[in-house]
Write a protein that binds this ligand. Structure first.
Ligand code: SF4
Length: 247
């Protein structure tokens, strides 16, 4: 949990779960895994177990301690819908977001939206918190055309604000943006980063604009080195889908 985040499209991170496993090429250079594995075996460190999946009961109410509304990226160090996270734990995360600390706006981002497609988990969340509130945004990560199936799963979830993070963007993508409020694009950075072409970003910007979808160009990188605040066609693109709290 961090009260401040360097991720451009959020203010803070909250990690009631840490650790994860790979599902697709977008995971190949997972920053969370690289970070966590650095501390494997370090006694007393939160990542003593590296990137092994770990549930943190004691962190479940952490957002209640932040009184001022902020944008919170949920599980920046995991994926809330990983198969090994029990339904009841996910429901508790939703209870915190919807009922205990509803002053914030939450950004839940997953590569595993199937867990929200017509499953008992959805019924349990609804039973616990009622209709899905607009301050809990739900997004999917999509890195290439082959992973756009995640958007189709996202589209039929009950989340009122749906978004896509196309990062790391590994190739050109043609989206169906029906029902999608926000599209983020960004290059991979760091050691061994795979290059991104600006033309792919321009296409996403144009698709978003045509669909009335907010667009956020998060980062570009040259030979893995992240460039500060990327500009596309003479303009920074840092739109949000709704009014958001000030940082
Ligand atoms: S799903 Fe996300 S957190 Fe999990 S391994 Fe892939 S990139 Fe990392």
């Amino acid at each position: 949990m961090s009260a401040h985040s360097s991720i451009e499209w959020t203010h803070a991170t909250w990690n009631p779960v840490t650790g994860c496993t790979q599902v697709s090429p977008g995971c190949d250079h997972c920053y969370a895994r690289t970070f966590a594995e650095r501390f494997r075996g370090v006694a007393g460190h939160p990542y003593q177990q590296g990137f092994d999946l770990r549930l943190w009961e004691a962190r479940l109410d952490a957002p209640t301690r932040w009184k001022r509304p902020r944008l919170i990226f949920v599980n920046s160090m995991s994926d809330l819908f990983h198969k090994d996270i029990p339904d009841h734990f996910i429901v508790q995360v939703f209870r915190t977001m919807a009922m205990l600390a509803p002053q914030h706006t939450y950004q839940v981002l997953t590569k595993r939206p199937s867990r929200l497609f017509n499953t008992p988990l959805v019924a349990q969340i609804t039973q616990a918190i009622g209709p899905w509130p607009a301050h809990i945004w739900l997004g999917v990560s999509v890195e290439n055309q082959a992973s756009t199936w995640r958007v189709d799963k996202l589209r039929v979830t009950p989340a009122p604000v749906k978004f896509i993070s196309a990062e790391p963007l590994l190739g050109p993508i043609q989206f169906n943006l029906d029902g999608i409020a926000w599209l983020i694009a960004g290059a991979e950075s760091g050691h061994g980063a795979r290059p991104m072409e600006e033309e792919w970003v321009r296409s996403l910007r144009d698709q978003a604009t045509a669909a009335g979808c907010a667009f956020f160009y998060k980062q570009h990188a040259v030979r893995g080195r992240k460039l500060p605040v990327p500009v596309l066609d003479g303009k920074q693109w840092q739109q949000f889908p709704t009014e958001v709290p000030h940082a």
